[in-house]
Design a protein around this ligand. Sequence first.
Ligand code: SF4
Length: 331
Amino acid sequence: MSDALIKIKNLFVEYTSQKGISGDKQTIHAVNGVTLEIFKGEILAVAGESGCGKSTLAKAILHLEKSKSGSILYNDKDVLKMDKKQLKEYRKSAQMIFQNPYSSLNPKMKIIDTLKEPLDINTDLPDFEKFNIIKEKVEKTGLDINSLNQYPHEFSGGQRQRIAIARALVLNPGFILADEPVSALDVSIQAQILNLLKTLKRDFNLTFMLITHDISVIKYLADRVAIMYLGEIVEIGSKSQIFINPKHPYTKALLSAAPHIDGEKSERILLNGDLPSPSKLPSGCKFHTRCPYCMDVCTKASPEDITINEGHLVKCFLYLNKAESCTAPNT
Ligand code: SF4
């Protein structure tokens, strides 16, 4: 396996929110002890239900959300210990693409100004060099160079997402965090943007973390997949390890709910109840309140990572006595 660009160790993120009409404060345990590596040149997808903590994890990696404890190393430098100057440099090399391209673009700014702004803030380059960079990124993202004097509302959703991607690229980042990059787009446009991301990854030697709940997007783009549940990574592996040989009961349920592009059918695994509130985490294994295979031990102790194969880890007591001799159903 190649070098890790990002190494996250035992990361916790909590925040306080107001509860209902009473206005009482409650602590949201959004990320709970995540340990994760993102290797140079790969696309790591982080998948899970809405509210599982994947977007908070993404914001914590970019230091847009404060972490309670743990470490996030980028090229072996701890993001959580960076001073202002180091953080500014880090944010140049780690960029984000958001879900909604309309709300992520300033409606009052012409596209040329939107693309030039990061270069104005972060570089002393002369204008002609800034324009050359913008021209290159605009052409790479498939936009018309003659449209730069227009405003965001004059573009379609797909074109706006291309503009947002071009803006993320103007500072020549090494790492892109894409949070549901196609979920706000028409289905007919989604494939074009996914193809574009694949091409850009290759041409600019980018590393991606892809946040998504869409299994078909993961199948198309990802090299590795991490499954998140209530702020924990419960399973991680290569795309084939996760799709061909999923182990965690939650991973199996998540995959069973996704439509198969090839028309193949599998039986939907229905889980009991909804995702518990991250303000009231269950004891023991956080999945035990919904798990069809819950055992006594699961309610009392938290499972650690168990290695199934090289690079394939799962947090589940069903696999405690070696992957080969596990007694998990359907394995
Ligand atoms: Fe289910 Fe127990 Fe495994 Fe948790 S540890 S996923 S409750 S079997």
